[in-house]
Write a protein that binds this ligand. Structure first.
Ligand code: KG4
Ligand code: ZN
Length: 359
């Protein structure tokens, strides 16, 4: 690759229930981003069924890659490297993406780069489409926050490829808490977006219930959402009775009371995240120039607003992904893959799919 030439990376994502492929130029310019979602497949089960997910990935991966190449107007010979989210996730799902990426990289004779999906969420805020991508010159070192369905953690990000975890959840991930809360409120799957919408109902009172905001002592940078979830459960169902029963079912709730509960839950959950960011900034934020955040929960309207206020009050640049890049996608994989490529990191064809994160 001659110095200064454009570098095109094909990204592949299959860690959970989205089959994704994307073509990204120079790490930030998204030429295409194709996502085949499986929500409809899993909706009736109230969560992702691993066997169904991996089968659907196997059926969709090649059409999704073809579609990403066609939308980007690129042919396979234009691809300089193939990046794949190889961890963390459902093992059967990850294997489909990893096998496809290896086959493509081998056939094309290009480098293969395995990317940690959680790390890639921190890159999502750097992505844009043709001319709208934000500058990354003023970003590092940065404070990083990942809040998704499977992970909730804060990081000190010294460069695009070098991050150190400051704290993480000791129980539920934030998105998982939103999903369970939505289920308690009878709002259905996918829970997070439904709860967010309900909390924004006109007249919803976010102070109707004083739900607990977990702090875990005075210094901790870890998160906990299980107490909040249990408080919501008791507010809806009353006290637990012997034999796993509750005082009441949830049929008493009107739409208005449900909206109050949703708004109060959302206020407490967002506050719990902001409290930890404030601490992280005090304890480890020295020299941080930006706040970078990613993961599905960053789509939450209240969290976006409060992150904006937090960053502004600390003089931090804010790098939030657009909605398209909050949820699982392959553009963030390709983008971060480009950064690793630039840093000289490549994977071998023995790259393994791994259920846990390295971050
Ligand atoms: O990052 P992501 O697409 O998948 C994982 O890697 O887990 O995140 C999905 C999570 C789900 O728990 C979903 O309910 C949550 O993000 N989510 C939201 C919102 N949109 C998605 N949570 C709260 N408010 C939202 N608007
Ligand atoms: Zn994710």
């Amino acid at each position: 690759m001659p110095c200064g030439a454009k570098m095109i990376v094909l990204g592949i994502e299959s860690s959970c229930d989205e089959t994704g492929a994307a073509v990204v130029r120079d790490g930030t310019v998204v030429l295409s981003n194709v996502i085949a979602t499986q929500h409809e497949l899993h909706a009736e089960y109230g969560g992702v069924v691993p066997e169904l997910a991996s089968r659907a990935h196997a059926e969709r991966i090649l059409p999704v890659v073809r579609s990403a190449l066609a939308r980007a107007g690129t042919g396979l010979p234009d691809i300089d490297a193939v990046a794949v989210g190889h961890r963390p996730g459902l093992i059967g799902s990850l294997l489909v993406g990893v096998a496809a990426a290896k086959a493509l990289a081998w056939a094309l004779g290009t480098p293969l780069i395995g990317v940690d999906h959680v790390h890639a969420h921190l890159w999502a805020g750097m992505l844009g489409k043709g001319g709208e991508e934000p500058s990354i010159d003023e970003v590092f070192p940065a404070l990083g926050l990942v809040v998704s369905g499977g992970h909730t953690a804060m990081y000190r990000c010294d460069s695009p490829t070098s991050i150190a975890r400051l704290g993480s959840t000791i129980d539920d991930a934030m998105g998982e808490a939103f999903d369970k809360a939505a289920m308690i409120l009878g709002l259905g799957y996918p829970g997070g977006p439904n709860l967010d919408r309900f909390a924004q109902t006109a007249g919803a009172d976010d102070r109707a219930h004083e739900f607990p905001v977990s702090r875990l002592g005075r210094e901790s940078l870890d998160f906990s959402f299980s107490g909040l979830k249990t408080s919501l459960l008791y507010a809806v169902r009353g006290k637990p009775l012997p034999g796993g029963q509750f005082e009441r079912d949830h049929s008493w709730m009107s739409d208005a009371s449900r909206a109050d509960l949703a708004a109060s839950f959302q206020r407490a959950a967002v506050k719990a995240a902001i409290v930890k960011l404030e601490r992280a900034f005090e304890q480890a934020g020295g020299g941080a120039r930006a706040l970078v955040a990613g993961g599905g929960v960053i789509a939450n309207s209240r969290l976006r607003r409060e992150l904006g206020e937090f960053a502004a009050s600390r003089g931090l640049e804010l790098r939030l992904p657009t909605m398209e890049f909050c949820v699982d996608n392959a553009a963030m994989i390709a983008g971060l893959g480009h950064e690793f490529l630039k840093a000289g990191t490549r994977s071998g064809l023995d790259l393994a799919a791994v259920p846990t994160t390295s971050c």
